[in-house]
Design a protein around this ligand. Sequence first.
Ligand code: UD1
Ligand code: CA
Length: 462
Amino acid sequence: MSESKKSAIILAAGDGKRMKSKKPKVLMEVAFQPMLSWVLDSVKQAGIEKIAVIIGNNAELLEKELGSHPDCKTFPQAERKGTGHAVLQAAAFLEENKDGDVLVLCGDAPFMDSTTVNEAYKLHKEKNHAVTVITAEVENPFGYGRIVREKDGGLLGIVEQKDCSEEQRSIREINSGGYWFNTANLLEALPLLTDENANREYYLTRTVELIRNNGRFAGAYKSDNGRIVLGANDRRGLRELNRIATEMLNDEISDGGVDIIGEVFIQKGVKIGQDTVILPNTIIKGDTVIGEGCVIGPNSFIEDCKIGNEVTLNNVQAFESCVEDGAKVGPFVQLRPNTTLKKGVKIGDFVEVKNSVIGEKTSIAHLTYIGDSDVGAGVNFGCGCVTANYDGIAKHRTVIGDNAFIGCNTNLIAPVTVGENATTAAGTTVTKNVPANSLAIERGQMNVKENWEKNFLRKKKK
Ligand code: UD1
Ligand code: CA
């Protein structure tokens, strides 16, 4: 089999009106990821680098999404005149990559995977096909193009639902909307398309017959993965795709030795180490890596975080943060971006940490806000401590040395430094640096007036 130059065209110009969204359909999300981005992932995983995307309305939104894929070229399709017309908009791209094969995929079928794409390519080259249609057999073929085969199994053509004869309607092998074409042969066929069909559209599917008429081979690769054809037309359909995606992704995570209990949503690409347990109502997104033997959840939301081994995150919201081995966090804790909790840190209930480094084994047990701070190791925070990091104009840092003891209800007015082994007394507002090993205490004199209540009531009666 001779490998040749590979390229791909993704059809993404449909608006998907039934979604009732300001976004184009291909940007609707499945498991937190736009459908188009699922398709792009598969194309790239299949080793294809030259990619064209056909875009329609809302070009700005699509261009923005494609910003993270600078290697993709976009081709606008001003009017939706069908899938064949859509591909024709990228004629210049096809010309550029004429001496090879081009993969065409729908941008709204997120589960088309790279294995299927590569297996279809293998067949395409082995059999010297000019076109190989990727197909699947489904329970309910309604709405899909039916695969019409010759007696010997060869591919005759694809007939759309509305154009089907009674007999053709019962065919359960359907067109996934994915194809490999010999690029030059596709370029020959496209200008011959007409809109003589029930929808008055230029159907890409018609190229199969045209290519055959030119005396070339057409074939079909039947995948045993029925999911590759799935798409959504409305929000109910999207919900179903989400359900399937969640199951698929959770299966993969479970197979890696992770326990998932209850409703858990994990985005594609998240990595979780073995013997970690994910408890109910937890969402894990973005560029997140979680180590081994952790307990994450219940009710946690983790996005773009690096989590070490043996970490507990109970009822935690964490964003762009790093939690090292053995840390115990929660319940009801928010870790905002750029926070690092070093090994063995303990964070208790109703604590928020932002843009700070918390040293090893430091304990912040209750009702505390730490922002823009560098906290050493072995520090103990009492209940209700606050770093006053914002003076109304700028943010300032608080620095606390190793083994300091920050008494309950301490306010640290930044910029300020508390030295190693220093103590702040409960209720102290720290406005000056505290040297190492010293005590900072800032309190009004406490007065006790005996029998005060009785005297007070007597005066009031008179
Ligand atoms: C198409 C196939 C059908 C197949 C099905 C799989 C044709 C004629 N039919 O039907 O055989 O079973 O996909 O889902 O191709 N698009 C454009 N511009 C257009 C029209 C469509 O970019 O003018 C894009 C859409 O955004 C979508 C894809 O092409 O991503 C498929 O279009 P759609 O209208 O959904 O085609 P189907 O009728 O589902
Ligand atoms: Ca469709």
